[in-house]
Ligand binder design. Structure first.
Ligand code: ATP
Ligand code: MG
Length: 556
């Protein structure tokens, strides 16, 4: 196997573990909490976990980390599954932390029996105060010395629903003076009388993250439990619990979470955008969610390539959104179907083209594919071209249409501008041309030459469409350190409607999910959210422009 890139640190660890026999088969997991839709950061984690297992013939479990009954919903479970499948990955098993509630409870009982956990009646404020500070050790309270029997009884009563929320917690008994604050008797279980989306009212005590994650890893015999850097200080607790419980020795490894420019990424903030109605929903094409990116026309392949390319870092950094867009363009350039759409039409009349005549031109659907397919494009005496493609008084290097100048109309003929008409305000209302029948594309006649090629649509055979032109959701590069209300940083131009665009008729016959390149304009996809607008016109989302216009603008 030829290797382009050297191994990343996780691959190195895995290769060593396989070589030394520390593990026989790599087992990873992707552990989303079903409290929101997945975003590009999760996509990175998915590509990493599933990618490592694929590379080393291992397997990856999908585990819903559903220990917070109040915030979780089945809707999120379904969207998460759909997103992972769409990205192109298959999980070995679909699992839920809530399926382990009984096992976890028994593990807690084991800890109590070993004298390593106790029931504490303090309030959360008292517990926090008792933990001390990073420079001052915590203090043990009177509950810490409860007997094993008393703890067993109280814990059982907690489960049985004898106490109200917050009246008691179960804590590990580790070290109130540990330099790592997380080891100062962390809370393992809390009381919460809430209905869980899967277990209903069966439980009124729920394990904390630290007493669910590692134990679930062990139950599933996960060999490499990969998480983000903020869990580094949790690792000693992860290891302590596994060691004391004498269960399967899963190991935790950390990498830097993905942060991207001009967007926000935590589910909490994304939810706020949805509830504040700043966006249409979780799948708004401006959202960094997988469903938003899919609706916008980003491809799974582009997201996978992007994830691979950025690699795994050990330090937090900010990745430029332009890099993701680069991979989207790379993929779409190869796969998208070409169509002509005029965004800002101005009429062009060919005086020597017979009225009523229709020439059906052949247009290649995609010049990048080996297997060629074509569509028919009606060419008529009256056409529309792009207003900006004509200038009455052009500068020297203007290679589009101007008086006396010639251009090729894509797939068709060369035309020469003879005259133009204007309204009182000086707006061009019509361009009059002569066409040259022998110059038809593919005719082989090269007598005439034109520097520019313009896209166009027939004035009598076209489809009015609505275009949704998207841009960055925020104007600030690093939203993570932006001050004040996020609403102060919204880009007012993140969505612009174009309701005057005209498309060639072939788009009516195309299937809905098709990725398009609207020639000279950008990549587009039919909006799966609306499909058509109030007037019944098809609505297209701009996936990304042909070039990185943002990079240039920000340098101005
Ligand atoms: P958020 O902070 O956005 O709500 P989270 O970490 O709470 O995300 P989880 O559902 O707990 O979301 O995450 C599932 C997995 O995805 C975890 O392993 C987590 O580390 C990983 N993950 C989440 N966000 C990122 C990110 N920005 N970059 C890389 N991995 C991420
Ligand atoms: Mg989380």
């Amino acid at each position: 196997m030829s290797e382009e890139k050297s191994l990343n640190f996780l691959e190195e660890i895995i290769e060593n573990d396989l070589k030394s026999g520390k593990c026989e088969q790599v087992v990873t997991r992707f552990p989303p909490e079903p409290n929101g839709y997945l975003h590009i950061g999760h996509a990175k984690s998915i590509c990493l976990n599933f990618g490592l297992a694929e590379r080393y013939n291992g397997k990856t479990n999908l585990r819903f980390d559903d220990t917070n009954p109040e915030k979780e919903e089945t809707e999120y479970v379904e969207s998460i599954k759909a997103d992972i499948k769409w990205l192109g990955f298959e999980w070995a098993e679909e699992l839920y932390t809530s399926d382990y509630f009984e096992d976890l409870y028994q593990l807690a009982v084991t800890l109590i029996k070993k004298g390593l956990a106790y029931v504490d009646d303090s309030t959360s404020e008292q517990i926090a105060a008792g933990k001390g500070t990073p420079t001052q050790p915590g203090v043990a309270n009177q509950y810490r010395s409860r007997s094993v029997e008393e703890n067993l009884t109280l814990f059982e009563q907690m489960r049985a629903g004898k106490y109200k929320d917050g009246e008691k917690v179960l804590r590990a008994k580790i070290d109130m003076a540990a330099p790592n604050m997380l080891l100062r008797d962390p809370v393992l279980y809390r009381i919460k009388h809430a209905t869980h989306h899967r277990t209903g009212d069966k439980w009124c005590i729920y394990p904390m993250y630290d007493f669910a994650h590692g134990q679930s890893d062990s139950i599933e015999q996960i060999t490499h439990s990969i998480c983000t850097l903020e869990f580094v200080p949790h690792r000693p607790l992860y290891d302590w619990l596994i060691k004391q419980l004498e269960i399967f020795p899963s190991h935790q490894y950390e990498f830097a979470r993905l942060n991207m420019s001009y967007t926000v990424m935590s589910k909490r903030k994304l939810l706020q955008l949805v509830t504040d109605k700043v966006v249409e929903g979780w799948d708004d094409p401006r959202m960094p969610t997988i469903s938003g990116m899919r609706r916008r026309g980003y491809t799974a392949k582009a997201i996978r390539e992007f994830s691979k390319q950025i690699g795994v870092a050990k330090r937090e950094n900010l990745i430029d959104l332009s890099l993701l867009e680069y991979f989207v363009r790379e993929d779409l350039n190869k796969t998208s179907t070409r169509r002509m759409v005029v965004f800002d039409p101005v009429k062009l009349v060919i005086s020597n083209f017979p009225e009523g005549q229709i020439d059906y031109l052949e247009g290649e659907d995609n010049p990048e594919t080996e297997e060629k397919t074509y569509r028919k494009i009606p060419f008529t005496r009256e056409l529309y071209i792009e207003r900006e493609d004509f200038m009455a008084d052009p500068p020297k290097k203007f290679f589009r249409l101007a008086p006396e100048k010639m251009v090729r109309l894509k797939y068709g003929y060369i035309v020469r501008c003879d005259s133009f008409e204007q309204d009182a305000a000086g707006n061009i209302t019509q361009i009059n041309c002569t066409y040259f029948p022998e110059s038809r594309s593919g005719s082989g006649d090269n007598t005439l030459k034109a520097k520019g090629t313009l896209h166009w649509v027939s004035a009598s055979h076209h489809v009015p469409v609505t275009l949704k032109l998207y841009d960055r959701l925020f104007t600030v590069e690093d939203m993570g350190s932006a001050e004040g209300d996020y609403k102060d940083h919204l880009n007012p131009d993140s969505l612009i409607f174009n309701e005057q665009a005209l498309a060639e008729p072939a788009i009516l016959e195309d299937q809905p999910g098709l990725a398009y390149q609207f020639l000279r304009k950008g990549y587009f996809i039919l909006d799966s959210g609306t499909g058509s607008d109030a007037q019944g016109k098809p609505v297209f989302n701009r996936t990304v422009g042909l070039k990185d216009s943002w990079a240039k603008e920000s340098r101005k």
